[in-house]
Design a binder for this molecule. Structure first.
Ligand code: SAH
Ligand code: SF4
Ligand code: F3S
Length: 461
């Protein structure tokens, strides 16, 4: 079902909160952990806070509303959020009227919600992802009678349209095209916390993209846990091409693609639209061992993966490839790990994100008994990183001497002007300096040096 917030009590509740906070300036502190999807949600949460009459702050000490948008993908991500939350206990003691809300994927785990309810008395409410439109009613009921709320199972897989958004960047924007995941990779918590796949309407997405381009946005990143299973009146390749047809000087990125259904048609659309669709593809491998891939329920094997990588390289010259790898999945033997290194070597990725396996309660892999000791995981991780650094460096060295169009992301003032961080279409970070302030715009640079993670360039005047 599509929920248009204009047809709910959202507006009325927002107006009431706004009335209550109008007597003086109130601040909201919103912080986010986890993936881009969560970043996009945090921008909505900030939009809602502004709507409710709060000003945004980056100092929790002055906030009267704190929202923590959490990630549950690995234990480490959960620990980070909980330790941050621990810091706020003292604040709450000083100012009992402080409202602390826990959003995001941790909030959708029953055991976490219970733990927060029982052990963290200073938490006012939790809200599952996709329930952002309920922030105002949770805030209001806490204001009314300090009523805490830890409901679960409210997320019925709806699509919520029309929420306000406060974008951090003036030049780059996230656009969610679908929510949830149906894949149930055996290690992964996402299908449990984000629910089943559902796609926004193509009209809503294309209209949003048009408006973004008209407002000066230069990079649009389409988001979904598995964008290739986007389905509405069109599929993902067609949606991508329609967005590429919007006139204007902008580029499109998308993530994430599952190797099982990244299609030939998608590759064709990319190669037909080199000006608009960035020559970059994030294609999570997870493991190069067919045995482990089966145990992970990834439904492709290393041969299928390699042939996909080859097709991408053939169709889109200079495409950059990145991937995710899990190290130490239960049962991973030295041989399996070497299979992974072999695939990494054969593809020659530009960038690899590698993670030690972290068992997630409720997933199938958490019950598997052939666990890999931490020392072995760490040792494998080290080998992988050492090998990959060299590959990344050699990929980057190919850029030296080239002229590239880059989009500026950050400027910092320096003694003689500004140092800039920008990004190529192929997603490489580029550093350069200029006397002039250039804004968050496209510029051309000549690449002069390369490291494993960055390129260094001079601005073309
Ligand atoms: N939907 C995306 C990515 C989701 S999570 C996809 O299908 O690839 C991002 C990455 O986190 C995954 O690609 C995986 O490499 C890693 N990850 C997920 N669950 C994990 C776990 N339990 N332990 C370690 N890494 C994990
Ligand atoms: Fe998790 Fe697999 Fe879904 Fe990605 S495709 S979100 S790894 S279950
Ligand atoms: Fe984390 Fe949830 Fe994203 S678990 S990686 S924030 S979908």
């Amino acid at each position: 079902m599509i929920i248009d917030i204009n047809e709910t009590d959202y507006k009325a509740t927002v107006a009431e909160v706004r009335r209550r906070v109008s007597e003086r300036e109130h601040f909201a502190y919103v912080i986010s952990f986890g993936c881009q999807q969560n970043e996009a949600d945090a921008e909505r949460a900030r939009g809602i806070a502004l709507d409710m009459g709060y000003s945004l702050t980056d100092k929790p000490s002055e906030a009267s509303l704190i929202l923590i948008n959490t990630c549950a993908i690995r234990e480490h991500a959960e620990m980070k959020a909980l330790s941050l939350l621990g810091n706020f206990k003292a604040l709450k003691k000083e100012r009992p009227e402080l409202i602390i809300g826990i959003l995001g994927c941790m909030a959708a785990r029953p055991e976490v919600a219970r733990h927060l309810k029982e052990k963290f008395h200073y938490v006012s409410f939790t809200l599952e992802p996709n329930m952002l439109h309920k922030i105002p009613s949770r805030v209001l009921s806490y204001m009314d009678d300090a009523k805490r709320s830890f409901l679960l199972g409210e997320d019925q897989g709806d699509i919520v349209e029309g929420l306000p958004v406060k974008r951090i960047s003036k030049s780059r924007a996230w656009v969610s095209i679908m929510y949830g995941c149906n894949n149930f990779c055996t290690y992964c918590i996402v299908p449990y916390v984000r629910g089943r796949e559902r796609s926004r309407s193509s009209d809503a997405i294309i209209t949003e993209c048009r408006e973004l381009v008209a407002s000066g946005i230069k990079e649009i990143t389409l988001l979904g846990q598995n964008v290739n299973s986007y389905r509405s009146d069109m599929d993902f390749p067609m949606l991508l091409e329609k967005i590429a047809m919007i006139p204007g000087d902008f580029i499109i990125r998308f993530m994430t693609s599952h190797p099982k259904d990244a299609s030939d048609e998608l590759i064709k659309v990319m190669s037909r639209n080199p000006e608009k669709i960035a020559p970059f593809f994030h294609l999570p491998l997870q493991s190069g061992s067919d045995r482990i891939l089966r145990a992970m329920n990834r439904t492709y094997d290393s041969a299928r993966y390699l042939s996909l990588a080859r097709s991408l390289r053939e169709a889109i010259p200079d495409i950059a490839l990145s991937t995710d790898v899990i190290i130490g999945f239960p049962g991973e033997e030295e041989e399996d790990f070497e299979d992974t290194l072999n695939v990494l070597r054969e593809v020659g990725f530009d960038l690899v994100y590698s993670f030690n396996f972290s068992p997630r309660e409720g997933t199938r892999a958490a019950k598997m008994t052939e666990t890999v000791p931490k020392e072995i995981k760490d040792e494998r991780m080290k080998r992988l990183l050492t090998m990959q650094d060299e590959i990344s460096l050699s990929q980057n060295l190919r850029y030296v001497g080239r002229r590239e169009k880059v989009l500026i992301e950050r400027a910092e003032s320096a003694p003689e002007g500004y140092t800039y961080t920008a990004r190529t279409g192929s997603n490489k970070l580029v550093h350069f300096t200029s006397e002039n302030y250039l804004g968050e715009n496209f510029v051309y640079v000549d690449i002069e040096r390369a490291g494993a993670f960055d390129l260094f360039a001079t601005l073309v005047k």
